[in-house]
Design a protein around this ligand. Sequence first.
Ligand SMILES: [Zn+2]
Length: 305
Amino acid sequence: MDEAKREEIIKQYQNRDRVVRILSNDHKFRAVALKNTDSARNAQKRHNTDWIGSFLLARTMSAAAMMANFLKGEERIIVELKGKGPVSSVYGEAMSIGENRGFVSYSPDISDKPIENIGEALGAGVINVTRILYDRPEPVQSILPLQKGDVATDLAYYYQMSEQIPSAVILDVDFNEDGIISHSGGLIVQALPGTTQEELEEVYSHLVGIDSLVRYFDDDKNPRDILEEILPFEFEVVRSSQLDFLCRCSKDSFISRLKTLSVDEIKDMQEKNDNELVCRYCNEHYYLEPGDFDTLIEEMQATRN
Ligand SMILES: [Zn+2]
């Protein structure tokens, strides 16, 4: 391999989506920083979302990906914001191992009135955080009223109210001239038990001055570099994980879900050639072939007789 090619591959690897978690040397703060430009852009492309939908989707996926980094293995976080505005819901889901997916739903009676501030997109509503954890038989759910509907403020509010963890949250998305996501990233800094109000405020005062997080990505900086530049304390990296837009859906999983319907309903679908199955999480389209219907009906009749 020639040197230029080698350098290109190394650069691609260094620039890929990543979540980095740190712990301050004095154990008073933990933080997680994220770059998820490719995942957010992938979601925008798959769902063909407009500007405001892409903006909220990227931020919600960022929130989920960072929160999931505090979990283990296949433990999962779902962050869903629901409102009465033109965007009726935005959904972000992430697994601790680095899988991320999401989608946006719009209100059917969408108005042409331009949105003047981000809070109007969702309007009044709720943030719903669901954690699926190994040691809990049921998902752990928390529902709180939306504060600003900008995701970042709502997430900080969630951490304060539901987990009693003082948190500073920055989420940042940028677009190119064609309206395509050019950068997406985020940062959460959390105070651990024993931190004084003074220490907390000192760290917060460093963060309020940050007008843009993603500008660091312009200089090929990764989440670790950003943490080193921004945080006013020494730390060690606890975890650095790659992140991808990934949905575990498959044609087979859709077909097995059809088995909850009746044989007559399946026959009806077959007659109407109602053969398109769409995943709402990743917008993948699957099509049932005539043979798929036959096999499905045969299998259903065999198990029901
Ligand atoms: Zn899917």
